[in-house]
Design a binder for this molecule. Structure first.
Ligand SMILES: CC(C)(COP(=O)(O)OP(=O)(O)OC[C@H]1O[C@@H](n2cnc3c(N)ncnc32)[C@H](O)[C@@H]1OP(=O)(O)O)[C@@H](O)C(=O)NCCC(=O)NCCS
Length: 204
């Protein structure tokens, strides 16, 4: 089992989720614009608590099908802000195949902190955690091509579009396409090196 331990980026702290995060998580999972391209609808606080309780059971990744959700707080190597840290978003890593070294990454952030590069900074660090700690060969991201903000995060991480599956989903009552972005271990290493090595994901 590779257990996740907290990581600091320039501006953020990535840490395991806690039961006490429910209200912060609910503050964005209750918003229609956040769940527009997610597989679920807006959640009530109770649904958020139930989902969080299931996620708290996974503290690391080991077997095919394991899903790790990591919380993202403001405050990293540049210092903790004066106000109490609040959870602003989450990064999810899905371990698809240990034998084939395949994983998937996903993200969701509160709209009031979007547009500052936080999602790319956090996702970039989790991508590198997956490559370093899990001996992963390739990481992919699945998204609705209409989700241009998410596609932009992929590109900021050095991912490229590997596939476009046309109308492969009956998504919230209508056929929808899925874009699959991917990055190989060596490609990500070269991308980070080109950017000077620090927070290779659009961060500070
Ligand atoms: C997808 C999502 C995480 C993207 O959030 P985001 O804030 O746009 O992404 P980033 O954190 O990478 O921020 C990038 C933006 O910050 C800007 N920015 C400002 N300061 C920056 C900095 N210091 N470093 C990097 N970028 C910075 C960039 O220019 C970019 O702006 P632009 O969108 O106008 O080009 C967000 O839209 C979201 O949570 N959506 C709902 C959930 C969702 O759909 N998840 C994906 C399902 S597949």
């Amino acid at each position: 089992m590779t257990t996740f331990a907290p990581i600091e980026t320039a501006r953020l702290r990535l840490r395991p989720l806690r039961e006490s995060d429910a209200r912060d998580i609910h503050s964005y999972q209750r918003l229609p614009e956040v769940v527009e391209y997610m597989f679920w609808e807006v959640r009530t606080l109770e649904e958020t608590r139930e989902h969080l309780a299931r996620r708290l059971l996974t503290t690391g990744l080991e077997n095919d099908g394991d899903v790790l959700v990591v919380g993202v707080e403001l405050g990293g190597a540049d210092g903790i802000p004066a106000q109490a840290p609040r959870l602003i978003g989450e990064i999810t890593v899905f371990l698809h195949s240990v034998a084939n070294g395949q994983a998937e990454i996903g993200w969701a952030f509160h709209p009031d902190v979007q547009g500052r590069g936080y999602a790319s900074e956090a996702a970039g660090r989790m991508l590198d955690w997956a490559f370093a700690e899990l001996d992963i060969h390739r990481v992919e991201a699945h998204l609705d091509p209409r989700n241009t903000a998410s596609a932009a995060v992929c590109r900021r991480l050095g991912m490229q579009q590997d596939a476009l599956l046309r109308e492969n989903l009956l998504f919230k009552g209508a056929w929808a396409d899925t874009a699959i972005y991917g990055v190989l271990r060596d490609e990500r290493a070269a991308f980070v090196a080109d950017r000077g090595g620090a927070d290779g994901g659009g961060g500070a």
